[in-house]
Design a protein around this ligand. Structure first.
Ligand code: F6R
Length: 608
């Protein structure tokens, strides 16, 4: 969950490392540090807090040298502090290590190393690696690191430098992503591509269980047992600006506004002229589609909410029973598989530890796994049997926005694709969903015009203690996602309820002035939802309703109404998501929160 960078070449390493870390702060931001070899020794600077604290410390006291490693941390072992920040060193100061992930057997190793005389400074699991390397060092850094790694348990990525071999960096990937950027007379290492884009577009993606021996002039990759590996160069085609804020105040706002394009990109080439959903990456035939007799959808957080929408659409169109579960529960539940269960994992990053573990569990039990992910080459993408990419582009803000709407698009497409192959749904229903998908980029674009209204509403209620979101059917799922977004970045306590469930307990919390956001986009459930809203109004809550343009009744029921561009009810979650994201964004802004980096959270959750 932390960000790692490494540099070796002719530039001053400090600048390259800091610039790379800026791009990786979304992975963790409770402390940061760099280590640079100055020609005689490894110098280390690290600071608690955001990267800017480290930059201030280095101002006027910079580290000179052309080889170095850097890290931005999201604490797992040991609280955030200067001393627990990475890089970590050994007793002699000859080695420096940055690390992402968890070393599970670090306590035992620490005891053994302490018994052998090693002195530890931090509370981290990482420091064990530095001392272990010191104790095993045989004059060859690569060989020593590989020996050290063979005694480590857990999921991690490491980059190691040594004052004894300063022309060399060693990187290791074990269940945690790492890429090597290829330059001319210089090379780069990072846990994610945006950190490299200012310097190179040619990368090696390290695979599971691979290491790289990196000098300024060459990169040699091998397996952890030392067997050499030939790597293909991946050329990155993203625009550098796509990974930056592009004029918006925050990545989150930029990503909200990118949704019409992200949705359109995700649909490109997937809707045929004869009105079929096309997923060439699956290339299934009717026999394969008819075999599937059960679907498990597994994901975390927002991706899980996308899965909840997916369940309703898939069941309606394919009549296959679908279960949806959060990955952290699924992986330990011993789920029941038929011979033809399809497991669909959804993950923006493709690196979420619980989702990856659920995928592995399903595969180990013989299930076919399909991944819906935004990151080509991610662990989830590489390990699944089938992959469908959401073409949302890099999502940097911690709160997921465009990844969610594009996950929905893929799920709608997949449901239509399966239903058309199986011949299970009324053509009129499929036609309605496909027509809705064609309309979606425009509808999402139009609904962005609700920004001023959502801002005004957010400013009014930003200091309330709690808020409620209600809806029925797909509106209930959309309400869950709206509440998560609000909690996550505004820190307002928010709960989502199936509208019919309120009177079974929660109505006790509805008192004068409590904000309630009521979603009423499901035509067949509209009257029922309106009745529930009236129950709420009778308790003097302040109700904001989201309904379709043209609804003439709602103004007499709710205190405020936000009208949405009309589209098929099936597609409503993808449209409703946008004003709810804007509501969360403006509420967080009003409260002065760090929108892109909400407290206690990180973008890519690569620990359990
Ligand atoms: C919420 C959010 C998280 C992620 C979750 C899964 O806005 O971003 O709930 O959706 O951590 O992440 P991925 O999709 O990368 O597996």
């Amino acid at each position: 969950m932390c960000g790692i960078v490494g540099y070796i070449g002719e530039r001053q390493a400090q600048q390259v490392l800091l610039r790379g870390l800026e791009k990786l702060e979304y992975r963790g931001y409770d402390s940061a540090g760099i280590a640079v070899f100055d020609g005689g020794a490894i110098r280390v600077k690290k600071r608690l807090g955001r990267l800017v604290n480290l930059e201030e410390t280095l101002n006027g006291h910079g580290l000179a040298g052309t080889v170095g490693i850097g890290h931005t941390r999201w604490a797992t072992h040991g609280r955030p502090s200067d001393v627990n920040a990475h890089p970590h060193g050994d007793c002699s100061g000859r080695f420096a290590v940055v690390h992402n992930g968890i070393i599970e057997n670090y306590l035992k190793l620490r005891e053994e190393l302490q018994a052998a005389g090693h002195r530890f400074r931090s509370e981290t699991d990482t420091e064990v690696v530095a001392h272990l390397i010191e104790s095993l060092y045989d004059g060859n850094l690569l060989r020593t690191v590989l020996r050290a790694v063979s005694t480590l348990r857990g999921a991690f990525a490491l980059v190691v430098m040594s004052a004894d071999e300063p022309g060399r960096l060693v990187a290791v990937r074990k269940h945690s992503p790492l890429v090597i950027g290829l330059g001319d007379g210089e090379n780069f290492i990072a846990s994610d591509i945006p950190a490299l884009l200012s310097y190179t577009r040619r990368v090696y993606v390290l695979e599971e269980g691979e290491a790289a021996d990196v000098t300024a002039d060459r990169v040699i990759c091998c397996r952890l047992d030392g067997t050499p590996v030939e790597k293909d160069v991946l050329r990155i085609t993203w625009d550098v600006r796509a990974a930056e804020k592009g004029g918006y105040d925050h990545f989150m706002l930029k990503e909200i506004y990118e949704q019409p394009k992200a949705v359109a990109d995700t649909l490109t080439g997937r809707l045929s002229d004869d009105n079929r959903a096309v997923l060439p990456e699956l290339g299934w035939d009717a026999e394969q589609a008819l075999k599937v007799d059960r679907i498990h959808i597994v994901a975390c957080g927002t991706a899980y909410h996308a899965g909840m929408v997916g369940r309703q659409i898939l069941e309606k169109l394919t009549r296959i029973p679908v279960e949806v579960e959060v990955a952290s529960e699924y992986r330990y539940r011993d789920p029941i598989y038929t011979d033809h269960t399809l497991v669909v994992v959804i993950s923006q990053s493709g690196e979420t530890a619980d989702t990856l573990a659920a995928l592995r569990e399903a595969k180990a039990r013989g299930a076919q796994v399909m991944a819906i992910t935004n990151v080509v080459g991610s662990s989830v993408a590489r390990e699944a049997d089938h992959v469908v990419i959401t073409w949302a582009g890099p999502e940097i803000a911690v709160a997921s926005t465009k990844a969610y709407t594009t996950q929905l698009v893929v799920l709608y497409l997949f449901a239509c694709y399966l239903a058309q192959l199986r011949g299970t749904a009324e053509p009129t229903v499929i036609d309605e969903v496909l027509a809705g998908l064609r309309d979606l980029p425009d509808a999402v674009s139009q609904v962005l015009d609700t920004a001023p209204a959502m801002k005004a509403f957010a400013q009014k209620f930003a200091w309330k203690e709690s808020a409620f979101f209600i809806g029925r059917g797909l509106d209930y799922v959309a309400a869950l996602e709206g509440a998560l977004k609000l909690k996550e970045i505004s820190y307002i306590h928010a709960e989502a309820y199936a509208a019919g469930e309120l009177k079974h307990g929660t109505l006790a919390l509805i008192t004068e002035g409590v904000p309630v956001i009521a979603l009423a986009t499901q035509d067949h459930l509209y009257e029922k939802t309106v009745s529930n809203m009236k129950e709420i109004k009778a308790r003097d809550a302040h109700v904001l309703a989201l309904t379709w343009a043209g609804d003439e009744e709602m103004a007499s029921v709710a205190d405020e109404v936000l009208y949405l561009p009309r589209i098929s009810s099936w597609l409503a979650p993808a449209v409703v998501a946008v004003p709810l994201q804007l509501l969360a964004y403006y509420a967080a802004m009003e409260r002065g929160n760090d929108v892109d980096k909400p407290r206690n959270l990180a973008k890519s959750v690569t620990v359990e």
